[in-house]
Design a protein around this ligand. Structure first.
Ligand SMILES: Nc1nc2c(ncn2[C@@H]2O[C@H](COP(=O)(O)OP(=O)(O)OP(=O)(O)O)[C@@H](O)[C@H]2O)c(=O)[nH]1
Ligand SMILES: [Mg+2]
Length: 283
């Protein structure tokens, strides 16, 4: 049986590695839709992320000099499907940022995308690395400054990067073995950093507000199946919210966190953080 491989796509610090660690915690606890049938290979990698989360800290970003880490775990059958192995390669987000900047992706990753069963595309709410497009109307004062004195950042706006990454997935992902369209879950991480009002509106509304170009593209795409999720891996901000840090001391890590998604235009929240992966590899 061919393993199911899922590619994690997203720029630096978008929450890919912490999500993989939290995914393993759920598989280990057996409390999600996806169920494991054994132990992962390369267990040290995911265990080290879990260790940080257990100690009340997010894991640090992936070292750009580190080789790619593949999380591989046998899964039990879900909904009558044949048991399989899940493979999730994790690598530094610079790979994806540079793929867009230089229009070049190493052949190894082109091959990975072409043989993958689907992808998770990450964007992190309130990330300091998010770049908003330059506003020509409200930035009149900066435009009057001498060249070089204003914001002359050459970083691409995040929504342009997201559109290019989605285009890459459109070009490379193959159809499912049953002929179905490839699936991509767009994952808005750090969902807990949004206020209650924004959370209640759901992840699509958030993308429309923050990244309208990308949200527009999501509405037009026809050749892949898309689902948008808001994910909070432990239910709060371990780095910046002291009140949450205190509450977290009394919580069980593998039962913390949630996934927000939309079904028939209604926003739902579910504690099962395996949900985006289960949907991507499902039939
Ligand atoms: N509040 C909150 N912050 C999160 C969550 N998930 C990730 N983060 C933040 O995002 C940061 C980056 O997460 P990583 O998992 O290292 O991101 P990455 O995409 O693997 O980053 P690279 O390895 O650089 O590509 C973390 O250090 C946290 O600060 C979440 O659920 N809630
Ligand atoms: Mg990482």
């Amino acid at each position: 049986m061919k393993p199911k491989s899922i590619i994690l796509v997203g720029g630096p610090e978008t929450g890919k590695s912490n999500y993989v660690g939290r995914l393993w915690a759920s598989l280990k606890a057996g409390n999600g839709t996806l169920k494991r049938a054994g132990m992962p290979r390369n267990i040290e990698y995911v265990e080290s992320i879990c260790e940080h989360l257990l100690q009340g800290k997010f894991a640090g970003r992936t070292d750009t000099n580190m080789a790619r880490q593949d999380f591989c775990v046998p899964l039990t059958a879900v909904d009558g499907a044949i048991p399989t192995e899940l493979i999730v390669p994790d690598f530094t987000g610079e790979l994806w940022r540079d793929a867009v900047k230089n229009s070049e992706l190493p052949q190894e990753w082109v091959d990975e995308l072409e043989s993958a069963d689907g992808a998770l595309l990450f964007v992190r709410a309130h990330s300091p690395l998010n770049v908003q497009p330059f506003n020509w109307v409200t930035s009149r004062d900066i435009l009057r400054l001498p060249i070089g004195a204003g914001n002359n950042s050459t970083e691409l706006p995040t929504q342009v990067t997201l559109c290019e990454l989605l285009r890459l997935l459109q070009n490379k992902l193959a159809c499912k073995p049953n002929g179905g369209k490839p699936r991509v879950a767009v994952v808005v991480t750090a969902w807990d950093t949004l206020n209650k009002e924004l959370q209640a509106q759901g992840p699509s509304a958030y993308l429309r507000e923050q990244f309208p170009l990308f949200a527009g593209m999501l509405e037009d795409v026809e050749d892949i199946d898309l689902q948008v999720y808001g994910v909070s891996i432990v239910g709060g901000d371990l780095q910046r919210d002291q009140a949450f840090q205190k509450r977290y001391e009394g919580m069980i890590m593998a039962q913390s966190g949630s996934v927000t998604y939309e079904l028939d235009a209604v926003v739902h929240a579910d504690p099962d953080v395996t949900m985006p992966v289960a949907w991507v590899i499902g039939n």
